[in-house]
Design a protein around this ligand. Sequence first.
Ligand code: NVA
Length: 308
Amino acid sequence: MTRSFLRDDDLTPAEQAEVLDLAADLKAHPYDSKPLAGPRTVAMIFDKPTLRTQASFAAGIAELGGHPMLVDGTLAGIGKRESVADVARVLGRQAAQIVWRTYAQASLDEMAAYAGVPVVNALTDDFHPCQLLADLLTIRERKGELAGLTATFLGDGACNMGNSWLLAGATAGMHVRISGPSGYVPAPAMFDRAGEIGAATGGSGTAVADPRDAVAGADIVITDTWVSMGKEDEASERRAVFGPWSVTPDLVAAAKSDAMVLHCLPAYRGMEIAAEVLDGPRSVVWDEAENRRHAQKAILTWLEGRRS
Ligand code: NVA
């Protein structure tokens, strides 16, 4: 069966570990593996802004011997000028894989249902699974094992990154704590899913209201913008309530002394994270950004090996 990567729990725990091993190998030997030789084309579509995702996919696809084809989402008008299903049928005849950043998860699911080739989630309103592969790779590089580590996500837990941390962290056997203001935590179904996954891996996903309690003893502290793409109209009401969840030096001091700080970027210094933390010794954000390329090369390679 042709596989896609639409949400974090599309990979079983064993598959996630396999992809992370592959990512580490590709990072060590970036030009040795050419599964997209031909070159085979990978279509990339962005309906929301991008820097890291476009750059890391384009560079990674080229390193795999393939050709990154940027499809202008505005010109294509997916779901407006033409249905998602028809776009999927057309692009599936041109490209070996389709990478799409869009709003609704249901649209991505529809693309995967009709494309006939693997579809990769390059961020939706609900999930950002490629970022999680990069984050887990970054943590593994420093901590060795993922299972048993405690990771605390602070801020807008209801955004794609909060959901993805619950699912991917539980898949890796980690204990994920989410802390955000009332109304900004993941839906109960996300915690339920993390619990189901965690029953097999030893991981867990919990909501912790108080940010200091949430960070206490954590191995990893994660944050993200308080105003995700598409939520710009809510910027002032969000900024009014998120202050206590700002990742300050004082808050990081409650975590373990060797805790790592992650941020998927773009970062807003003085808002969700203090400049001293983002630019300080605990921060691994530049490795995290680089690891997008290695992790995405791994998932593209892995999917390429599983086409029907
Ligand atoms: N939650 C953020 C992630 C940016 C990479 C957003 O959706 O804008």
